[in-house]
Design a protein around this ligand. Structure first.
Ligand code: T3D
Length: 265
């Protein structure tokens, strides 16, 4: 991702690119990084920029302050809100952009995630969370239904009954519980989250990102495809991966009994 000239400490979205790892930090800590229209717009633009930028090999999402993201900004009240349009035009493209980004996306969940903030965290490919993080669906509590892909994620990960309990707030989804359920890859002490995220980001960025991107596509499709369709897609994507320089490097490294060097350059 090219350095963003507007990414001053006052920007609502902070950008950083180090060694192939682009980190996007939601920066509205006073509202636990609630998503207002401007933040939603900037977030989507940043994910699109990460897609277009070859030097970005991994995308990390995190939040400033004590929260990851408190979902939709509720400060404007409910009167003028256009739910369907906002979901179709803003939230859904953001979730789709993350899920279809051909690069690994890591959510580094530094505190509470609520509402669409939970959806945003679980739209990532890997979630790493601080031990004081919690996932609070919150939608029902304000008389809304879950959105931004959360129902699908939870029902697949937890099954219908456990998902319902969590969506109703009958069962708390702490970082430890989310880890136990397989939704979170690792839970670390809050003081170690940034370092652990950097280590994970560096490991992913050093991997064969073209093959990882294709693997992500296969996984996404595997959620819905028939066996026949998925076998056919594996064959097609293997043809692409097998023609890539990453494959030549991987095989050369194996033959020469050394670690492969995939990048970043
Ligand atoms: O129209 C559309 O956009 C449709 C899409 C909807 C998708 C959704 O995301 S709906 C769900 C919206 N989110 C929520 O309902 C969560 C609301 N927040 C909370 O339930 C709690 O704040 C938390 C559980 C997240 C954290 O609780 P706690 O006790 O740790 O913090 P707090 O004291 O409640 O919040 C700290 C500050 O953040 C506080 O501001 P203040 O009083 O210090 O000035 C609070 O008002 C503010 N804040 C928290 N969440 C939001 C928020 N401000 C605006 N919008 C929020 N969502």
């Amino acid at each position: 991702m090219p350095p963003d000239p507007d990414s001053s400490p006052d920007s609502i979205l902070l950008h950083e690119l180090i060694d192939g790892v682009a980190t996007i930090t939601l920066n509205r800590p006073d509202s636990l990084n609630a998503l207002n229209a401007e933040l939603r717009r900037e977030l989507l633009a940043a994910v699109k920029a990460a897609r277009a930028d070859d030097s970005t090999r991994v995308l990390v999402l995190t939040g400033a302050g004590r929260g990851f993201c408190a979902g939709a900004d509720l400060r404007g009240g409910s009167g003028e809100r256009q739910f369907r349009r906002v979901l179709i035009d803003e939230y859904n493209p953001l979730i789709t952009a993350l899920r279809t980004l051909p690069k690994p996306v890591v959510a580094s969940v530094n505190g509470v995630a609520a509402g669409a903030g939970v959806s945003l965290a679980f739209a990532a490919d890997l979630v790493i969370a601080s031990d004081d993080a919690r996932f609070v669906p919150a939608f029902n509590r304000i008389g809304l239904v879950p959105d931004s892909g959360l129902t699908r994620t939870l029902v697949r990960a937890l099954g219908r009954h456990r998902a319902f309990e969590i969506l109703l707030g009958e069962r708390q989804l702490t970082a430890a519980a989310a880890h136990e359920a397989g939704l979170v890859a690792a839970v670390v002490p809050a003081s170690r989250l940034a370092e652990a995220t950097r280590e994970l980001g560096r490991r992913l960025a050093a991997g064969p990102v073209a093959a990882i991107g294709l693997t992500k596509r296969l996984l996404t499709r595997a959620e819905d495809d028939s066996l026949g369709d998925n076998l056919a897609l594996e064959a097609a994507l293997q043809e692409i991966a097998g023609r890539d320089a990453e494959h030549s490097e991987g095989v050369a490294a194996f033959s020469e009994k050394r670690e492969p060097r995939f990048g970043p350059s």
